[in-house]
Unconditional design. Structure first.
Length: 140
């Protein structure tokens, strides 16, 4: 049963959780996040629909990825998070949008907590492709 016991969140009226997860993953990828996973948690837990999990190479990049996710949601979707944890330390930043929770890890901490393994029975959703930027060549 979808969303059993989970409170209704107003943003669910404006954007479907899968679309939101894809947009969040794309924002992370645009900041060079790697090892991106999108886990469908609807049949497993009641407090969220989807986890977006990704990595940054260092604390600065982890914070930049989380900032990009927050900025895109505010700017493009007029959506604010319900909570943000870990931004100061920059090793594991959790951004909670209710229906979708984004986890941005540095590599070692992602391996240590292994959310992908812990939730190994969660269906994986498609990760969006982000086109490589084109380099403009000067006219001869």
């Amino acid at each position: 049963m979808e969303g059993v016991g989970r409170p209704h969140h107003p943003q669910e009226d404006t954007i479907h959780s899968e679309e939101l997860a894809t947009a969040l993953a794309r924002a992370a990828l645009e900041k060079k996040a790697f090892d991106v996973s999108i886990l469908d948690m609807r049949e497993l837990i009641a407090y969220t629909d989807i986890f977006v999990i990704c990595c940054g190479t260092n604390r600065r990049q982890v914070r930049a990825i989380a900032d990009a996710v927050l900025g895109m949601c505010k700017r493009d979707l007029q959506l604010l998070p319900e909570g943000v944890e870990g931004m100061e330390a920059g090793r594991w930043v959790l951004v909670d949008f209710g229906a979708v929770v984004v986890h941005v890890f540095d590599g070692p901490l992602r391996g240590f907590y292994d959310l992908d393994g812990l939730w190994g029975d969660a269906p994986r959703l498609a990760v969006p492709e982000v086109p490589e930027p084109t380099i403009a060549h000067p006219m001869p």
